[in-house]
Design a protein around this ligand. Structure first.
Ligand code: ZN
Ligand code: ZN
Ligand code: FE
Length: 754
């Protein structure tokens, strides 16, 4: 048997996931000698030993690894020149010019740490910042790479001898855990009154007592600050809404455990698995009793998450079972994440502040998803997921895709890795836009990406478009403009790893069309290299433009008039006359083919809702109002021509006569959505006849509607279609940047297209 030296370069998610200590232990067990270090490309291991043992070690790297690690490549170089290592060591990080390191998302507290935290004999008993190699803050505290304590917001906390001993002792589960700390050396909780005076006593006990007394307490978490309070009465949530100026948007809740959540909601095995995963997303669960918990959510679902920081568990351990846990931000501004900011911005909102002296470097909202047919269906991909890369096969180069506007995200790529940003928010707010620019710079630095091309939406007024234009001009980079719904379609294709051409059913609120009108109820065909618009909704005029987005009865009145019916019985004389006048003037009445607006109109007509206080409220409440078990649909027409059109005239007539005959809105809403589903199937069949395509992708914000999503998929499959929906990125505008990137990275001649 010959002794050899092997140099092994491991690429993938190997930093900040306990990889080095894990490998150290493996190597010790195998009696090899040498060293391991983090590099900017991942990790480098150099070992000496019997060839057979070296080979076995290299082969096992793929399977024997810490649970967070994701091994992408293993490169082994063997040599006969021995260096004579006598032991195995973890050596200092090597900072190199090119970085290809991945960064772990934040990880919810693990079972081992939880046990120690609850053990009175442990030196970290009730310590609110306990963490280890397998859990704790990551993305939100990292300022730069490589992932070393010195480059995190823990840099200022010097490890005490005990912690340092654990950190350097191979058998310890905190071996090389960068944020490790204890009551002696680590951060501490601070409980403050609204004037910023620290309150005496046990911070956790005091905060829990205040919450039990129905006060509202700001609680600093991993990626930002939450507002916590009880919801066992009507008054407390109502007070929170008043103070937060959040009239009707649902609040998320945090439950002690899945069993507690099951008191309020239905939970499947799959939902339980996702809830309890280390990512700890807010999972939308169906209420056990329809119409219950109206103080937190006006629809059929409640967003539930389980505790994920030690502080959350310590609070729950004081006898709290379920709390409202909502992001601390003002209306649509970004989540508040700094102590000073919390004290100034939340004045008059929070009654007390449970803060700490560990800074959050990067704000990151809670993730939000449904679990559909056992798979995740993201609405917001953020904490716990970001900045894990999404892989995109066949992609190459470095590209920055700037995304859309309202649910903004961006994506940067390096080879086949796509790093999609966390939830950023609505770029129309200057604070949000500032954060958008800052995060782009942070991502480019962390992943060492210098974009060679930029991608943006076709919409000339999006802030993201402006950003892309300016940057392309100043850096002399090519700028690719991608039509909004094409990006949605490509996003769903790339989410599913599809190549070639597909049919895209893309339904959403608004997106700028290639003809300059607003689109949003689209049937496209194509792939990453180009698309054709095959079908759409018949144009709807929106009297008053943007006002029709909040005063959703306007769309209904306009459509009724268009179909030759009188809106007056529904919306009164005054409003009818107003709409007639605006439409007759031809001023400020843009034309759109938006599914979002069609839902608004149906919602207003059915008497569900005439005005919306947040985007998409009409559609959400229509879905909520719908009865189960209704299978029939309304009649409608599809007109021919180059672009097939869904003509809604006969549907409106039938809806009106249903309502006149005293039909309940539950039946009307269900029949309306059944009509949309039926129409989608018909359209896809017609397009298949024209093109021979039989793969269908479903994307766009309207597919946040679970009623439609779960009915359309099986019906299309029954007709012989292969159907794909999102599971890694969001169907809504947050997913647009991913689709833009796919088109730029994988399209054949993107620069000649839009
Ligand atoms: Zn842990
Ligand atoms: Zn310590
Ligand atoms: Fe969209």
């Amino acid at each position: 048997m010959s002794r050899l030296r092997a140099n092994i370069k491991v690429n993938g998610i190997v930093q900040g996931v306990g990889f080095r200590p894990f490998i150290h232990k493996q190597i010790k067990d195998m009696s090899l000698t040498g060293w391991i270090r983090n590099t900017s490309e991942g990790a480098e291991i150099e070992i000496e030993g019997e060839e057979e043992t070296l080979d076995r070690f290299a082969a096992e790297l793929w399977t024997k690894k810490p649970f967070l690690a994701l091994i992408e490549t293993v490169n082994v170089e063997k040599s006969t020149e021995l260096k004579g290592y006598v032991d195995f060591r973890i050596v200092g990080s090597k900072a190199a010019a090119s970085r290809n390191t991945l960064i772990s998302p934040d990880v919810g507290i693990c079972e081992d740490c939880l046990r120690e935290m609850r053990d009175p004999k442990n030196r970290r008993y009730r310590y609110p910042f306990i963490n280890c190699t397998n859990c704790g803050p990551r993305f939100t505290i990292i300022k730069d790479v490589p992932y070393d304590r010195a480059y995190t917001t823990m840099a200022g906390f010097k490890m005490c001898p005990d912690c340092y001993g654990e950190y350097t002792f191979i058998e310890n589960r905190r071996y090389h855990a960068e944020p490790t700390c204890c009551p002696v050396c680590g951060p501490r909780l601070i409980y403050m009154d609204p004037d910023g005076n620290e309150l005496p006593g046990d911070a956790i006990k005091n905060a829990a007592a205040d919450i039990k007394a129905h006060r509202i307490v700001a609680v600093k978490g991993l990626g930002g600050i939450h507002l916590a309070c009880l919801f066992d009465d009507e008054e407390t949530p109502a007070r929170l809404r008043r103070r937060k100026q959040r009239d009707e948007k649902p609040f998320a809740i945090m439950c002690r455990d899945a069993e507690t959540a099951a008191r309020y909601c239905e939970i499947s095995e799959d939902e339980k698995r996702v809830l309890e995963s280390y990512r700890r997303p807010i999972t939308l669960l169906r209420k056990k009793i329809r119409g219950s918990l109206r103080q937190i959510s006006e629809n059929d679902y409640v967003g539930v998450m389980l505790p994920y920081t030690p502080v959350h568990y310590l609070l729950m351990d004081e006898g709290l079972d379920a709390l409202i846990m909502t992001s601390a931000n003002l209306s649509d501004l970004p989540i508040i994440y700094r102590n000073e900011e919390a004290l100034s911005e939340l004045r008059g909102i929070a009654d007390a502040f449970l803060l700490n002296d560990r800074d959050i470097h990067t704000r990151c909202d809670d993730s939000l998803l449904y679990v559909v047919d056992g798979l995740e269906y993201p609405l917001r991909r953020s904490r716990g997921y970001v900045p894990f890369p999404l892989t995109m096969k066949g992609a190459d180069g470095m590209i920055l895709a700037c995304g859309a506007e309202q649910k903004a995200s961006f994506s940067v790529s390096k080879g086949s890795y796509v790093f999609q940003s966390q939830h950023i928010g609505d770029l129309k707010n200057i604070e949000t836009f500032d954060n958008y620019e800052k995060q782009i710079a942070h991502f480019e630095r962390m992943f060492s990406i210098e974009p060679k091309a930029l991608v943006c939406d076709l919409h000339p007024d999006y802030m993201s478009t402006g950003y892309a234009e300016e940057r392309a001009a100043s850096e002399g980079l090519p700028l690719i403009r991608v039509q909004h719904h094409w990006a949605h379609m490509a996003s769903c294709m790339a989410d599913n790893g599809l190549e070639g051409d597909c049919i895209g059913v893309v339904w959403d609120g608004t997106g700028y069309g290639t003809d300059g009108t607003v689109w949003g109820g689209e049937f496209l065909t194509g792939g990453y290299s180009g698309f054709e618009r095959r079908g759409s909704l018949a144009p709807i005029r929106l009297p008053g433009g943007d006002r029709a987005v909040t005063e959703i009865w306007r769309a209904a009145a306009s459509m009724l008039l268009d179909a030759g019916m009188d809106p007056e019985p529904f919306f009164g004389r005054e409003r009818t006359q107003l709409v007639r006048k605006v439409l007759a003037s031809g001023l400020n009445s843009p034309v759109c083919s938006s599914m979002g607006r069609l839902f608004d109109a149906a919602s207003a007509l059915a008497g569900v809702r005439e005005e919306a206080s947040y985007e998409g409220q009409g559609a959400v409440l229509l879905e909520t109002a719908a009865a189960g078990g209704v299978t029939d649909a309304y009649p409608y027409d599809i007109s021919g021509g180059e672009i097939r059109r869904f003509e809604y005239g006969r549907m409106l007539e039938a809806m009106v006569s249903d309502l006149r005959a005293g039909a309940g809105k539950d039946a009307v809403c269900a029949k309306f959505m059944n009509t949309m589903v039926d129409m989608a199937v018909k359209m896809c069949e017609l397009i298949r006849e024209d093109t021979g395509l039989s793969r269908v992708v479903l994307s766009g914000g309207s597919f946040q509607n679970i009623y439609m999503l779960t009915r359309l998929q099986p019906l299309l499959r029954e007709k012989g279609f292969e159907v794909f929906r999102h599971s890694r990125v969001s169907a809504n505008d947050e997913g647009v940047s991913f689709g833009q990137l796919a088109i730029a990275a994988k399209g054949k001649s993107p620069l000649q297209g839009f």
